[in-house]
Design a protein around this ligand. Structure first.
Ligand code: BES
Ligand code: MN
Ligand code: ZN
Length: 529
């Protein structure tokens, strides 16, 4: 008993931070796979939903494979009466010399596309879910080299498997970690292998961006401090972006009193990250802003302890900004992006801000902090002001800002508050493609009144009642923005996945990283950003 405790302690001790980031590097790089390894190869094939009991409606790749195998795959599938339904799979063994398993997965009805009520491309969403289920089942069987059917949408197929295979088990004993799996696209029967590989790579990069967001969000707050967040982002982006790590002195010199009022309760120093990706020479960049509270206890207005561990994900906005930049730069999109990430902890202590304190933001506006748990808007106020100095063509901020947006929309969609109909249309279009949805919310003057009614200062950081909490928070941010193309995404409701998104698994979601990448992609095609 005593010996096992000693053993456990020494293992935990060994997991210092540099050890973890070295392992992280290993997990994300392709060099992870050793050549001496015994590979267990498997193939994933797609079929459409089909009522017939004497024929199988294969995808192109699956049909060719079946033909090559003299119809063995279809014969075996037809030995049972019940046709495959969307999301169901059947695994065949010993049907091909090359593959130990051939898994057939049903990708829904042929020709499914945009669904107006669901505001999503159902065809793409079904492919993601179907291949995700397939690769997870094969990993469970010990297969470690999986070739996947493109299912007519190579990008969606790549996204589905790369997102599904993500796991954050760096801190667990080796034997309980998920085994590494190598996945590739089944291009063997394709007319144009190059364009297929290109699309596959795009899907993989989109997923990689979201997976970086998920990893950062999932990391415990004792390991992912503001300083460590900056270090990892620098390591991940340094070769493609300029990463400036501003310290507390810089934040003070910029007179970001609102941001500092949140950071002051913690012994961890705040950091302000400024990142630039210059895919074009445009002098009006797209500005991204992300809430980076690495842990939110609520401060003196302390939160109840139940479920408080989830507040390690309160830097979800910052993580999604970092993940988006990773993908945008890897895809070399022709766009100029500048990102602004205020990072700090929200802690109660002898030096913490007290309810009723008045602080001054960078633009000179005074704020009465009646609730120290409404801290996200305080750090974003200064970051938004600062971002305005760079003549941005648009400002998009992301923040796990309010529990109220979770009450309103749950994990169904991120709430979007914007002053631009045009930007809203673009973002929604991006989300239909990505399957990671958005829903528009109001920026009425009605909500502004709730936060401008203030006893001691220009603004109060809370609205006075619980009603419309996500809208009053957005109205507060609006006081710090002049840009005509501003989008605020409240992502608290989509922060974690409890099983709703089939291809994400449980835990921090990294949503809506892929929607934002797709949005930036749309914008890069549009103008001279
Ligand atoms: N980080 C929280 C919001 C949150 C809640 C994110 C649940 C993810 C899941 C935010 O800082 C917060 O505490 N908001 C308060 C605001 C209130 C005091 C006006 C909230 O929503 O209760
Ligand atoms: Mn809070
Ligand atoms: Zn918070």
């Amino acid at each position: 008993m005593a010996a096992s405790i000693v053993k456990r302690v020494s293992r935990v001790k060994k997991l210092n931070v540099s050890h973890i980031s070295a392992r992280y590097k290993l997990l994300t790089g392709s060099s992870h796979f050793s050549t001496s390894k015994q590979w267990n190869k498997a193939l994933v094939l797609g079929v459409y939903e089909n009522e017939s009991t004497d024929s199988i409606d294969f995808t192109g790749t699956a049909r060719k494979f079946d033909e090559k195998a003299d119809g063995k795959i279809s014969q075996l599938l037809l030995t049972v009466k019940k046709p495959l339904k969307c999301g169901k799979t059947r695994t065949l063994h010993a049907v091909d010399p090359e593959f130990s398993s051939v898994l057939v997965t049903c990708i829904g009805k042929r020709g499914e596309g945009y669904d107006e009520l669901e505001t999503v491309d159902k065809g793409r969403e079904s492919i993601r879910a179907a291949v995700a289920k397939a690769v997870l089942q094969l990993r469970e069987l010990g297969e470690n080299e999986i070739e996947v059917d493109s299912c007519w949408d190579t990008e969606a197929s790549a996204e589905g498997c790369h997102l599904a295979l993500f796991s954050y088990d760096d801190l667990k004993a080796e034997k309980s970690r998920k085994p590494a799996v190598r996945i590739s696209c089944a291009t063997r029967y394709s007319q144009d292998k190059n364009s297929m590989e290109k699309e596959w790579r795009k899907g993989a990069i989109l997923a990689e961006g979201q997976n970086l967001s998920r990893r950062l969000m999932e990391m415990p707050a004792n390991l992912l401090t503001p300083t460590k967040f900056a270090e990892i982002v620098k390591e991940q982006l340094a070769d493609k972006c300029e990463v400036l790590v501003r310290d507390k002195d810089w934040v003070e010199s910029m007179k970001m009193g609102s941001f500092l009022s949140v950071a002051r309760g913690s012994v961890e120093p705040p950091v302000f990250l400024e990142i630039e990706y210059k895919g074009t020479q445009s002098d009006s960049p797209l500005a991204l802003v992300g809430k980076g509270v690495t842990f939110d206890t609520g401060g003196i207005s302390i939160k109840p302890s139940q479920g408080m561990d989830a507040m390690r994900g309160d830097m979800g906005g910052a993580a999604c900004v970092a993940g988006s930049l990773l993908s945008v730069s890897k895809l070399q999109l022709p766009v100029h992006v500048k990102a602004f990430i205020p990072l700090c902890e929200n802690m109660p202590s002898g030096s913490a801000t007290k309810p009723g304190d008045v602080v001054t933001a960078m633009n000179g506006k005074t704020i009465q902090v009646d609730n120290t748990d409404a801290e996200g808007r305080l750090i974003l106020a200064d970051a938004l002001c600062y971002s305005e100095q760079f003549n941005p063509s648009l400002i998009l901020d992301m923040a796990t800002l309010t529990g109220a947006i979770d009450v309103a929309l749950g994990a169904g969609a991120a709430g979007v508050f914007t002053n631009s109909e045009n930007m809203w249309n673009k973002l929604q279009k991006a989300s239909v493609r990505s399957g990671d949805r958005v829903w528009r919310m109001p920026l009425f003057n009605h909500y502004t009144k709730k936060i401008t009614e203030c006893q001691l200062a220009d603004l109060n950081n809370i609205g006075g009642s619980r009603s419309g909490g996500a809208c009053t928070a957005a109205a507060f941010l609006k006081e710090f923005v002049n840009n005509k193309n501003w989008l605020h995404l409240d992502i608290a409701g989509v922060m974690s996945n409890s099983g709703d998104v089939a291809y994400l698994g449980k835990g921090m979601s990294g949503r809506p990283t892929r929607t934002v990448i797709e949005f930036i992609n749309l914008m890069s095609k549009e103008t001279k950003n």
